[in-house]
Design a protein around this ligand. Sequence first.
Ligand SMILES: Nc1nc2c(ncn2[C@@H]2O[C@H](COP(=O)(O)OP(=O)(O)OP(=O)(O)O)[C@@H](O)[C@H]2O)c(=O)[nH]1
Length: 367
Amino acid sequence: MTRDSSSGYQAARKREDAQVSRVLTWLSLTAIMFLVGFGSKAWYSDHSSHALILWAFILPVLANMAWFAQTGNRVVQKGGLLVVISILFTYLIASGGEGNTGPLWFYVFPPLLFFLTNLKTGTMILLLVYLVAVVVFQFPNLPFVLAEYDSDFKIRFFASLIFESIFCFVLEASRLKARNELLDLALTHEHAAKTDELTGLSNRRDIVNRLSEEFSRYQRSGHHFSIALIDLDLFKNVNDQYGHNAGDAALKQFSHLVQTVIRQTDVAARWGGEEFLLLLPDTSLIPALTLAERLRSEVALNNFSFNRQDLPITMSAGICSIAQANSIDDMLRQADLQLYSAKEAGRNRIAPRVRSQNTDTRSEPSA
Ligand SMILES: Nc1nc2c(ncn2[C@@H]2O[C@H](COP(=O)(O)OP(=O)(O)OP(=O)(O)O)[C@@H](O)[C@H]2O)c(=O)[nH]1
């Protein structure tokens, strides 16, 4: 299981994305308040055109918020806000704002960029931001540049902006490192919580969850599925005769064999002790019986061994399809009954149960 495919990781990513969206909504509201406030201040200081431009920026911020509320598209929400803020700050540095304080807003860029993008994209955009500042500082005669800054200010501005950028980069890099380490730890725990330690198959808790998910899918969309409850025959004798380690080796070899026989979409789990459960999605009774019979035959033919000693391993299984049951518990109960009848009939066999509305027939293939 990779970090990306882990359900825990995906849930964490979703939570992070939702958190970023909430922060962006608050940032947008704060930006609107600032634009109203600084616009009013400029208006009453007789800088009416500056005030109007600041107020004009409220519109795209509001439009971005409304678009996000409508579509829930977080990429557009992030990108939209970044574009609006970039244009606003470029205007502020080029116009000087009030009293040539416009460039001060550039200090918002480094933390915001690393928060909204990743380290690589953030660094690239920051370099562009530097370029904008260099152009404005070096070419005061350009038509859109209205402010002139003295050399001392330019040097101090760049030095402090670069210092802030490096600091933000380092902070974000260590935050990401800590976050990834935490996610890896969560992934290890998630894997351990779902996996049987000896065989590496799903454990009982995991298969129970998957069964109920599959049952919900069946109720929603009518997708049939089947289960096979498998028990290794006379396993106590294997332990008694060859030792517990040999028994463990046989359980591992059996689990490996099962995984080579089932499809990728099937799930094999250790149900407990020497009992296993297969969940076979999109499989009705007859294909499930065919698969179980193939597995039984492979097991009977396979050379199970421990310390160069051959181990006599066979299996019996009870099969049940959702078409024959009302619930997961009912399925498990019926599969267990079938397993019992397979054992009673002499082991090393599969017991199907086929039940229609009016009839209740049982048949067992010979071993
Ligand atoms: N080596 C080993 N043995 C296990 C493990 N879990 C359960 N067993 C053994 O599996 C055996 C199950 O024995 P029983 O329930 O009597 O059934 P059986 O001998 O398989 O006989 P039938 O089920 O009737 O065919 C017991 O001896 C358990 O100790 C395990 O993890 N490792």
